[in-house]
Each structure stands twice: as structure tokens, then as C-alpha cells.
Write a protein that binds this ligand. Structure first.
Ligand SMILES: *Cc1c(COP(=O)(O)O)cnc(C)c1O
Length: 393
């Protein structure tokens, strides 16, 4: 079911009245102004509340979307927040044929005083520019990136769920993305590009909460290769991971772990999350960044929070043999995956064609502790001593 499948009589605001809380019809951000085109038929409050009570993940969308257009001649222009709805794309649009696309994932959290915040959005903005460079797309300025989130949230802040208690991890998931929209079948970087932000209320990513997950180790498929696009957040990487994901599901696993393409030996990451290994002696090891690993904002935050908590963070190559032997000897006590959507999720077992690495059933206390620290910061329950929060509304 779609959130906008509402009865006409349920519309709150049938006329095209400006509903912006900001002065006039424009929402100003440094260097750009987003024109506000309010939805003529926003979702009724009671229907929205039903959605927010049980949003799931990625199924419902708010009433508006932010949009900025780019052309080779004019650069970035036409900043606007307009009603959410289908895009009109020419069937020859380059993105549909050659996959010239990038995206981001970031959340808006409601704090106890009603204010709405995002977590380190400047890191996402910077990564978005890195991804753009790799996919030969134009770079969006950090001001426009963060500005687009603020402009959209000014309009759709009612879509940010209010957590019922500390265990309630609901938020508004924001999905900025950029597509090559030029009508042209030749192979070259597009001269016309569109950037959008859509917003989707989200509950906990995994229905099982923080129950340990089973991971499939793909022995055949690779996510990324040296010189490729592994470090960029692009749809193509995800498209390439789906066959392995299908294989995982066949083996009762929810996610795939990938090894490096060159030696089939070094642990890289999951399809959409980074990995951490907790050692008995207090080391917190994560694969060091290469161009085949996506630099997660959560990964970086866990390294810092881990150090704050007295762990010894290490970024280095870690092999599948070290994982297997470390668990067998008791040196590795926990493994967890991390990313914006699912925060921190303990790994229960790693299943492959040949064997299974069974993690100890010891409560995953460190994963839970770091997870709690991160959530406390994001929801404004702990002091933001690293200056990681940016107010959106
Ligand atoms: C988005 C993503 C992550 C996690 O990044 P966060 O910034 O922590 O959300 C990890 N790996 C891949 C492949 C990703 O696309």
C-alpha cells in the first residue's frame, strides 16, 4: 500500500495554499534558494499517523521531494521542493541504459524537544561528491546537499516519527540521489542531470531488532574490484550484488559478505554495511579503506566512539582465515555490521559453501553498547561532544 492512496475527502489541504512555516514561498539556504511548491493534496494527518505508527522500511514516502537540475551549460539551478510524485523521464534517458546514478542514505531524528536533527550530513555530502566524480556526474556543493535536506524537512517535518521510548528507533530516512536524465543513447557523461531527495519514515531496519543475523559468504560473486566503483555509493554496485543476495536468501541468510576480487581472501564488507571484529584484548578491527570498500559514516563514528570507550581501533586488512581462526581460538569474541539504516547489527554466523563460522552466543555486549552510544547521540540523549549533529528543523 502506498501512503498517498488516500480517499479524496481525507485531504487536509485541497487548495494550493502555501504550508511552509517559513516566510513566503521560498526557503533560503546559503548560496541557493529552494522554491516551495506545496502539495495540493498532502496526506491527511490521521493517515500519516497510521503510517508513522508502523512504517517498516522504504515503503511509504512523505508529501514532497527536493529537486535541483544540472545542465552542462547552466550548472546547478532550479532549486525547488515540490510535491512527491512520479518522474517524467524520456525512455532514452541515459540512467535507464548505462546506470549513471549515485545515491546517499541519511536519517532525520526527532529529539525529545521536538527538534529534528541529522547525523554528520557533511560526511554524506563529501561522499556524494566523491561518488559523483567516479560516476562522471557533476558535483553538488555541500551547501546544496545539506540545504536540500533542510528545505525538504521544513516542508515535511510532520513525517519525522516521534520515538515512543528509548527502544523506539524510528526516524525519517532521507534518500538523496542523482541521475543522468539526458535523452541520449551515446556512451558519454550526460549533459543533463537531476538531483532529488525523497523521504521515507522508517522503523527498525531488521524486524528481529538486534538479534544476530546470518551472513552468506559469497565464494563466486564479487562486489567490487580495484579501480572499479566499490567506494562509490552507486546503484550499479547494488544491482551487481543482487544475484549474491538471492543466493544468500536460498541459504537462509539475510546479507552477503564479500571478499576481495584480487585474492579472494581479504574481508571487505557486506552488500550495504561495513564490518567490525571485536577482540578479547580490546582491539576493534575493521578492514582498512581501499577503493573496493564503501567508507561508511557509521564505520567512522564507531571507530571514534570505540576509542572513547577504551577500545583500540585498528584499520587493517583482515583475512577470512583470521576470522575463522580467531573465533576458534576465542580471540575474536564478536563481529558486527554497521550502517545508517540498521545502525549496528551483530553477526551470528557466516555460512559458505564449505563451512560455517559460528559466533559465540555470548550476548554481543560490545555491539549493543556501541549501538546504544550511537543511538543516544543521534536522538539527543547524550552530549554531542564531537559536534556530529546538524539541526534540520
Ligand atoms: C551505505 C553503505 C554502507 C554504510 O554507510 P553508512 O554511511 O554508514 O550508512 C556500507 N557499505 C555500502 C556498500 C554502502 O552502500
Amino acid at each position: 500500500m502506498h501512503a498517498r492512496a488516500v480517499r479524496p475527502e481525507a485531504f487536509e489541504n485541497p487548495k494550493k495554499t502555501p504550508v511552509s512555516r517559513h516566510s513566503g514561498d521560498f526557503f533560503a539556504v546559503p548560496h541557493a534558494t529552494f522554491e516551495i511548491l506545496p502539495s495540493a493534496m498532502p496526506t491527511a494527518a490521521n493517515i500519516r499517523d497510521d503510517v508513522l505508527a508502523n512504517p517498516g522500511f522504504g515503503r511509504y514516502f512523505s508529501d514532497h521531494m527536493a529537486h535541483v537540475r544540472w545542465t552542462a551549460d547552466a550548472g546547478w539551478h532550479g532549486h525547488e521542493v515540490r510535491p512527491y510524485g512520479p518522474l517524467t523521464l524520456d525512455p532514452a534517458a541515459a540512467v535507464l541504459h548505462y546506470g549513471q546514478e549515485i545515491f546517499e542514505g541519511i536519517k532525520a531524528y526527532r529529539h525529545a524537544d521536538g527538534s529534528v536533527w541529522s547525523f554528520r550530513p557533511e560526511k554524506n555530502a563529501e561522499r556524494f561528491r566523491r561518488s559523483a566524480r567516479r560516476l562522471a556526474l557533476p558535483e553538488l556543493s555541500d551547501e546544496d546537499f545539506v540545504g536540500s535536506l533542510k528545505a525538504l524537512l521544513a516542508q515535511d517535518q510532520a513525517w519525522v516519527p516521534t520515538p515512543r521510548n528509548e527502544a523506539d528507533e524510528s526516524s525519517l530516512y532521507l534518500r538523496p540521489f542523482m541521475i543522468a536524465s539526458e535523452k541520449f543513447l551515446g556512451v558519454r557523461p550526460a549533459h543533463e542531470v537531476d538531483y532529488y531527495v525523497i523521504a521515507s519514515p522508517a522503523g527498525a531496519y531488521f524486524k528481529g531488532g538486534i538479534a544476530p543475523v546470518s551472513i552468506w559468504l559469497s565464494s563466486h560473486y564479487k562486489r567490487a574490484a580495484p579501480g572499479g566503483t566499490g567506494f562509490a555509493k552507486c546503484g550499479g554496485n547494488y544491482a551487481a550484488s543482487l544475484a549474491a543476495q538471492k543466493e544468500a536468501e536460498k541459504h537462509g541468510c539475510s546479507q552477503v559478505a564479500f571478499l576481495d576480487a584480487a585474492e579472494n581472501k581479504w574481508i571487505e564488507e557486506l552488500g550495504g554495511m561495513n564490518l567490525f571484529f571485536v577482540y578479547k584484548d580490546g582491539r576493534l578491527v575493521t578492514p582498512r579503506l581501499t577503493d573496493t570498500i564503501l567508507e561508511g559514516v557509521t564505520r567512522d563514528s564507531v571507530l571514534t566512539l570505540g576509542r572513547d570507550e577504551g577500545f583500540i581501533p585498528e584499520e587493517r586488512a583482515i583475512s577470512i582465515d583470521e576470522w575463522r581462526d580467531g573465533v576458534a581460538s576465542g580471540e575474536i569474541t564478536e563481529v558486527f555490521a554497521c550502517g545508517t539504516a540498521a545502525v549496528i547489527t551483530p553477526v551470528g554466523q557466516l555460512i559458505s559453501e564449505d563451512d560455517t563460522i559460528q559466533m559465540p552466543d555470548a550476548g554481543n555486549e560490545i555491539a549493543k553498547r556501541l549501538r546504544g552510544k550511537l543511538l543516544d547521540l543521534q536522538y539527543g540523549r547524550a552530549e554531542d561532544k564531537h559536534g556530529w549533529l546538524t539541526r534540520l528543523v
